[in-house]
Design a protein around this ligand. Structure first.
Ligand code: XUL
Ligand code: CO
Length: 449
């Protein structure tokens, strides 16, 4: 048996273990920048980046889109007669892939791992049959679960939402899934549990009681949190913001909205954010804006690493490949203290015409190299201190005794206004922001790889 597959069959026989060969390598199936054991500061690249593969895109989605049918071969689906056999083969293929690629983590929805049964009890039984198998494969390969979640958006019963559904019975059915998915996450020692509000939003306000739905969503999350904590889940709960798609408006619109929601409903101790690059873009934000906003409020948690297409207004979920973006992202992540329970989950899919055997590997290699390069660049930017020193200096006037009093809440508007009188119009405020200088400097770091 090969070192890198643990099932009965090898699903990617033409690909071996992916190795680091350096920037000069012309081997497409090798890392150019991701050198897992290389130290950047105090941690290895592997420990900084904590890469995870998204089970749904890589092993479940088959290239179907609204205009056409499946295009991806996925032999683990075609060589099984029963849905549970297909689930086992898929699991074997996935762990072979994780091991050959050398990622430390994966993420799943309940329905990615096991098919729904005829009743909630049968669905749970299917899930746990697969959880037991996944546990063995985790042990055999050393690959861990970054986070688990429940799919509360694909089945037609969720067409009007899950926790925010106007029908109580559907909310209760969503609970059967979340309870089992939290149990599965605990059993597999998952480090996080994610809520992406798939259809938690509205298509029209004409038929929606917005306040009631938000209250229900909070109530549901409180129950899930309490259940998880009671049953020994010590990891982090994440909310993954997204402004729209599939709903016209989703309640978890963006980072700032979610932070307000968590604080309003008293969920701010247990929940952090899982920030997805493509979702940031849909909300009209830069990826780094969402990261900085979460970090500033102490809510930074994890990342769904992907990208959109600048020309499209939808969630294209492509693999990240812009070193500019990954360097800025890693700059924000490192300054936020890096990952603890979180990591970089490739919530990304190969294109439906990427049908070659090795395309799934090439996509992940590109994404991993992009973040490894981003890490090296960000580390240099931080060590060099030019940018941080500039930013610090920009606010230096707040270090005066009056500035300190103001920021510490020890000043009235009358006192502040009296200072303004003294300052006078003169040349106050006429200072360059030096944006172009800083952008040029950033490009130097970028190309100084
Ligand atoms: C959908 C999305 C999900 C979540 C997990 O846009 O990002 O895959 O990451 O439910
Ligand atoms: Co995502």
């Amino acid at each position: 048996m090969s070192d890198y597959y643990v099932g009965k069959k090898e699903y990617f026989p033409k690909v071996g273990k992916i190795k680091y060969e350096g920037p000069k390598s012309d081997n497409p199936l090798a890392f150019k920048y991701y050198d897992p054991e290389k130290k950047i500061g105090k941690k290895t690249m592997k420990d900084h980046l904590r890469f995870a593969v998204a089970y749904w895109h890589s092993f479940c989605a088959d290239g179907t889109d609204p205009f056409g049918s499946a295009t991806l071969a996925q032999p683990w689906k075609t060589d099984a007669k029963k849905p549970m056999d297909a689930a086992v083969h898929k699991l074997d293929a996935a762990f072979e892939f994780f091991s050959k690629l050398g990622v430390g983590y994966y993420c799943f929805h309940d329905r990615d791992l096991a098919p729904e049964g005829a009743t909630p009890a049968e669905s749970e039984k299917n899930l746990f049959t697969m959880v037991r198998k996944a546990k063995k494969l985790q042990k055999a390969t050393g690959v861990k679960l970054l986070w688990g979640t429940a799919n509360l958006f694909s089945h037609p019963r969720f067409m009007n939402g899950a926790a925010t559904n106007p029908e109580f019975g559907v909310v209760a059915l969503a609970a059967t899934q979340v309870k089992a998915a939290i149990d599965a996450t605990i059993e597999l020692r998952g480090q996080g549990y994610t809520f992406w509000g798939g259809r938690e939003g509205y298509m029209s306000l004409m038929n929606t009681d917005l306040k009631k739905e938000k209250d229900h969503l909070a109530r549901f999350l409180i129950m899930a949190r309490d259940y998880g904590r009671k049953h020994g889940f010590k990891g982090t709960f994440y909310i993954e913001p997204k402004p729209m798609e599939p709903a016209k408006h989703q309640y978890d619109f963006d980072t700032e909205t979610v932070i307000g929601f968590l604080r309003h409903y008293g969920l701010d101790r247990d929940f952090r954010l899982n920030i997805e690059a493509n979702h940031a873009e849909l909300a009209g934000h830069d990826f780094i804006h969402e990261l900085e906003t979460a970090a500033a409020a102490g809510f930074f948690g994890s990342v769904d690493a992907n990208r959109g297409d600048a020309r499209n207004g939808w969630d294209t979920d492509q693999f990240p490949n812009s070193y500019y973006e990954t360097a800025l992202a890693m700059y924000a992540i490192l300054r936020a203290g890096g990952f603890t329970t979180g990591g970089l989950n490739f919530d990304a899919k190969i294109r439906r015409n990427s049908i070659d055997h090795a395309d799934l590997f090439l996509a992940h290699i590109g994404g991993m190299d992009a973040f490894a390069a981003g890490l090296v660049i960000a580390d240099k930017m931080i060590a060099d201190r030019k940018i941080s020193a500039f930013v610090k200096k920009r606010y230096i006037s707040f270090n005066t005794p009056e500035g300190v009093k103001f920021a510490g809440g020890k000043m009235t508007l009358e006192q502040l206004s009296a200072i303004g009188e003294k300052v006078g119009y003169g040349k106050a405020g006429l200072k360059s922001g030096k944006q172009e200088y800083l952008e040029n400097l950033f490009n130097q770091y970028l190309l100084g790889l």
